[in-house]
Design a protein around this ligand. Sequence first.
Ligand code: SAM
Length: 431
Amino acid sequence: MTDQGAKVNTRALALDFLLETVEKGGYSHVVMRGMLEKYQYLDKKERAFLTRLCEGTLERMLELDAIINRCSKVPVKKMKPVIRNLLRLSVYQLKYMDQIPDSAVCNEAVKMAQKKGFYSLKGFVNGVLRNIARELPDMKFEDLSIQYSTPKWIVDQWISEYGEEKATQMLADQYRDKPTTIRVNLSKISRDELAARLEEEGAQVQTVEEADCALAISGYDYLRALPSFREGLFQVQDVSSMKAALMADPREGDYCIDVCAAPGGKSLHLADLMHGTGMVEARDLTEYKVGLIEENIERTAAQNIRAVQMDATVLDEASVEKADVVLADIPCSGLGVLSKKTDLKYRMTQEQQAELVELQRKILSTVWQYVKPGGTLVYSTCTVHKEENEKNVEWFLENCPFILKEQIQMLPGVDTWDGFFIAKLERKRND
Ligand SMILES: C[S@@+](CC[C@H](N)C(=O)[O-])C[C@H]1O[C@@H](n2cnc3c(N)ncnc32)[C@H](O)[C@@H]1O
């Protein structure tokens, strides 16, 4: 029988996904992409089940472990990797997938334990899961870190920076369903025209009031299956992130440098705002990243943008005082977009955050020099961590000849869109 003819066990695939990510350290989006490509022939419903089971189990992992630990004599940490991940994905189904009967979850898990060669642990798996199924309705956890399955250091940092009420809203936001938002390439098509095109192509479309270039879309299968995407009429982008180029507000004919540009979302937005005039130089560190920018330039056929490989920590003498606008949308801890990056919360550490602050300051202290006197520097991150945001701006203003024009911190769950920070700075005319 061919691979395609065989019935694929989606729960077995989900177990493989967890072993690859949680146990072997693979990036969840990479492992998921590989799996969906390999099993392209799964129908839409099976793909949706698989994606939800994998991502749901991963994003709720700390809570699932706490549930298992309450009902098992062997702690999760001491279990064999196959068994602990099998239990995790089974408990996820018991707690979060109401449409699957508890008995089916337990039976499937027992069969899978046996199939994976753990015949002697069948009874253990069955016993633990049946205990959990019984006790789950009354099980409660006070600890926010467990309730929202988010490492304690992040919970503590958010409470200390924003207070418990906002921190709780931010934690809960990870689990809120959000539409995909897109930025209309207004140089090519109006928002109303694109909305009509997308509806013809089978997507559901809603207008986003907050930005006149934004739409929210749902109900489509693949992005690349939409002709309007292939024609470069829009870019997937969160509304918060659209505000960076809007705040930079380039004029026609400006020269803009985006020092950390891949995959090019904000650079293309700058180019669009200049209606094909001027030039955006979209830089990034590696050839691979520059390739991603080039792909997007090609798809949108924008003429006033070029991609260049360059390290933002090294001064480019030729650019000194050449740019009207410099955009520094730099590497950060990403804690404003946890809902989009399932495993980031388990990977990020406070040590890495501190290293990132150093890198951010190194980049800022280099690239400000490209701004012409009177020109604009926009600094942005997709995190909510104050050291990387407001504190960096304070440090910058103490050390570099700029005036702060405007600064916003958007918080996930408190504001409508992704967590994002943007500061607009103007270079003094006489340093
Ligand atoms: C937040 S992402 C940029 C997202 C992009 N602005 C957009 O809107 O599509 C940060 C980027 O910084 C790049 N980067 C990291 N270190 C860099 C360096 N030393 N020089 C230039 N780019 C760097 C990363 O490769 C990554 O693509």
